[in-house]
Design a protein around this ligand. Structure first.
Ligand SMILES: [Zn+2]
Length: 256
């Protein structure tokens, strides 16, 4: 980051919740139920306005298919009534095509959506129903109002290379392979330091900080080997940035 790199304001808040026994989430996770937030981020860029990072859960998922309705019940999801309260938005970033991240898209119908072309194309392959996603969660005319992460200029900050979202170095979209095709996180320069929103690259920060081996989220991973490699890479960055996984109950209150 150079002296002229602008900083963004960033906060995260839960928009929905899921819960599982600790031992099911990770080896050594204990017998108690761990309640996990479904996080949504609000990013304010000095020039590019307010961006929502993922959309959280939304009642729409109960209408799409019986399978998704059963899935929300089995994972004890608490689904909020509607969309997260936000100031007027310039855009929405979708980290990956899973329902607890994109369920609000059809209600939001963002003017600008930033997401991965690889993720989108993978979500259109085969049947409408995918692991954790259904094609009906994508707004009908959203394609024309979508910018693809992969089309942005590449840029590096220290050990991290990604795509320069606002073309000023303040936010990099970083590939996080394994959990889902075309998953991207955001490395953000804030006044409090570097904050890395890592979406579902890791299900709970204890997998990184305590070395507990992940279980349940890895069972649905698109590529478990790549997922483990990504988690090892993130572990090496713990000293360098503050990491926010989408479902960790501990990491989303950014210090500073
Ligand atoms: Zn996911």
């Amino acid at each position: 980051m150079s002296l002229s790199t602008p900083t963004v304001r960033l906060r995260f808040f839960p928009w929905g919740e899921c819960a599982s026994p600790g031992w099911l989430l990770m080896r050594g996770g204990g017998v108690r139920i761990i309640r996990q937030p479904v996080l949504v981020g609000l990013l304010e860029h000095p020039r590019a306005g307010c961006w929502l990072l993922d959309t959280g859960l939304h009642p729409r998922i109960r209408e799409v298919s019986l399978q998704l309705r059963l899935f929300t019940q089995l994972s004890r999801m608490q689904v909020p009534d509607g969309l997260p309260p936000t100031p007027p938005l310039s855009g929405v970033f979708l980290s990956h095509f899973h329902l607890d991240h994109g369920a609000g898209l059809t209600a939001l119908r963002p003017e600008v959506l930033l997401t991965s072309r690889e993720g989108y194309e993978s979500s259109r392959l085969g049947s409408d129903l995918h692991v954790g996603w259904h094609a009906a969660l994508w707004p009908e005319d959203q394609f024309a109002r979508t910018r693809w992460v992969e089309d942005l200029p590449r840029r590096s900050h220290g050990p991290v290379t990604g795509f320069d979202v606002f073309e000023d170095g303040s936010v990099l979209a970083v590939p996080l392979p394994g959990h889902c095709h075309g998953q991207y996180g955001l490395l953000c320069q804030t006044a409090a330091g570097r904050v890395f929103f890592v979406a579902d690259a890791v299900g709970h920060s204890y997998v990184l900080t305590q070395g507990l081996r992940q279980r349940l989220p890895s069972l649905i991973a698109a590529d478990p080997v790549a997922e483990a490699r990504t988690q090892n890479w993130l572990r090496n960055l713990l000293h360098w940035c503050w990491m926010v996984p989408s479902h960790c109950p501990h990491a989303y209150r950014i210090p500073g």
